[in-house]
Design a protein around this ligand. Structure first.
Ligand SMILES: [Cu+2]
Length: 374
């Protein structure tokens, strides 16, 4: 059952942008009940509890078994979050985090997601997996009202990191996405990742970065507006969204989510797989003082990775992956190399790396000191 407020909001959104309604029909549900049943009863099942980003649930890089049904459960959470010292967002989230949690499975597995929309929410939601085939990525089979749940199973036929996001129809689609509803699923080849020569490579840890562009309305005095609930935030937010200039561009939900005390950590010699999701807007990650040793810029693991990249490109609506082995200790910044977005709007993460300095790779031959002009 749609709550009265949610019904009002859907109606208000549709009325505000009639052209979008004609072209984006993701709110039309699909009846697949007449399809021939498949029997997967002999497949083993494994259930993963999702981790909060930037962390990822424990998983095998090389599959030790044949295909399995890999089970996940996510709750949709509508809540206000603070996104900078001076701004709050009426957020919509998968499982309470921005980005939504990363799910990991292997090519040939079946992903089975239980998606729940608690009765305390106001909005209809669903999920569109870019990794899945048919039914608008599952969006047409998963539209749920507050108080409902749904279970979607899809076969992971393509390997890579893929964006998933909410797509409940019409102008609700961009609004839910820029309110926080996106994340990444990683489908690994069964025999793991390969370098540019086809040789196996492994990572020691995953750093899962979700980048978001936020559009927070301002009051007449220039301060950011705060709203009682997600529904109340919609009309003003739509106005800011449609001007296409974000007020915030951040990693993992807020300015400073991955800096200072929240910085990522690594050791010299460790290989970190940076997975970067941006569901709405192009971006260009760069690791200051490091590189992308192997970069699946488009995020798809059956394409040979590019090597030695300085900056890579993530298309809006996709996830990409970059593997880097840290060679020097110290503080690294992982940024969106639109430096205005990185420094002034928030799209910066820090990695604190421990280990021994290598003077062969870099040496301060002379510390800064005054010099005599000649
Ligand atoms: Cu949604």
């Amino acid at each position: 059952m749609l709550t009265r407020r949610a019904a009002l909001m859907v109606g208000a959104g549709l009325a505000a942008a009639p052209m979008l309604v004609q072209t984006a029909a993701a709110n039309e549900s699909l009846d697949t009940s007449a399809a021939t049943p498949v029997d997967l009863s002999t497949l083993p099942r494994i259930r993963h509890e999702l981790a909060v980003p930037p962390f990822v649930h424990a998983h095998e890089q090389v599959a030790s078994t044949g295909p399995r049904i890999v089970e996940f459960t996510m709750d949709i959470v509508e809540k206000e979050i603070q996104i900078s010292d001076d701004a709050y967002l009426q957020a919509m989230t998968f499982n309470g985090s921005i980005p939504g949690p990363m799910m990991v499975a292997h090519e040939g597995d079946y992903v089975e997601l239980t998606l729940r929309n608690p009765a305390t929410n106001m909005m209809q939601h669903n999920i569109d997996f870019h990794a899945a085939t048919g039914a608008l990525g599952g969006g047409a089979l998963t539209l749920i009202n507050p108080g409902e749940q749904t279970v979607l199973r899809f076969k992971a036929t393509r390997a890579g990191v893929f964006t998933y996001h909410c797509a409940p129809g019409g102008p609700m689609i961009p609004w839910h996405v820029v309110s926080g509803m996106s994340g990444t699923i990683m489908i690994l080849p069964r025999d793991g990742l390969k370098d540019q020569f086809g040789q196996p490579v492994a990572y020691d840890r995953v750093a899962y970065i979700g980048e978001n562009d936020f559009y927070v309305p301002r009051a007449e005095d220039g301060t950011y507006k705060r709203f009682a609930d997600v529904g109340e935030s919609y009309p003003d937010t739509l106005e800011v969204m449609n001007r296409l200039i974000p007020t915030h561009v951040v990693f993992n939900g807020r300015v400073g989510a991955l800096t200072g005390d929240n910085a990522l950590t690594a050791k010299v010699g460790e290989r970190v797989l940076f997975v970067h999701n941006q569901a709405n807007r192009d971006t260009r990650p760069h690791l200051i003082g490091g590189h992308g040793d192997l970069v699946w810029e488009q995020g798809k693991f059956h394409n040979p990775p590019a090597v030695d990249l300085e900056t890579w490109f993530i298309r809006g609506g996709s996830s990409g992956a970059a593997l880097y082995k840290f060679l020097q200790p110290g503080l690294y910044a992982y940024v969106n190399h639109n430096l205005i977005e990185a420094v002034n709007l928030g799209a910066t993460a820090h990695i604190k790396v421990e280990g021994e300095w290598n003077n062969d790779l870099m040496e301060q031959v002379q510390a800064p000191a005054p010099y005599e002009a000649t």
